[in-house]
Design a protein around this ligand. Sequence first.
Ligand code: PRP
Ligand code: URA
Length: 214
Amino acid sequence: MDLRNNPNIYIMDHPLIKHKISVLRNKNTGTYEFRALVNEVAMLMAYEALRDLETEDVEVETPLEKTMAPMINGKKLALVPILRAGLGMTNGILELEPNAKVGHIGLYRDPDTHEPHEYYCKLPDSIEERIVVVTDPMLATGGSAIAAVDCIKKYGGKRIKFMCLLAAPEGLKKLATAHPDIQIYVGSLERCLNENAYICPGLGDAGDRIFGTR
Ligand code: PRP
Ligand code: URA
């Protein structure tokens, strides 16, 4: 699969996104700055990912006259962070669209098998009518992202987008193959996975760096 020419895969090339991801990679970047930057990159990526949000013309009175003007119905958007690390991207996107509903999917990756295990799922109602943006900073083997999208589809979700800061080619290919109907937004396409299924060069454990745990 040619990842860079797949019409459903969007790899960011904006210098602001590249710069902020470079700061995230630095092992000396502390929790406070890391958390702020994850939200900032998520916001910049959402600008691209939400390009196809629908607008409705509503009447607005300008200081000069009445006119019909396009407005977004933000209630039609659902953000679904994959716990924990996906939570770190939520506020940045909510800055752009504060009326979005927010669901949560709890998954953790088994440290030995790297298989995802679901421990929580709560989605906004009428999920089938919404644009659903799933967030997780890291797409490594792809197991967690595939499980999250499986879960959203099981509850009726149809218009699904997945947003990550870093993706390994292995996981990106696996997700695009398992769910060819979704759009995938990637901050940076990385070189490879290492023997522990960590992304290289990567930024380490995103959850630990966002929440200051170890
Ligand atoms: C990390 C990351 C993804 C997952 C990616 O979460 O945030 O959810 O691993 O790996 P995969 O593509 O191989 O499934 P982790 O399981 O470490 O949980 P956390 O967010 O609670 O730290
Ligand atoms: N999860 C992370 O947080 N980082 C990786 O590199 C891979 C999975």
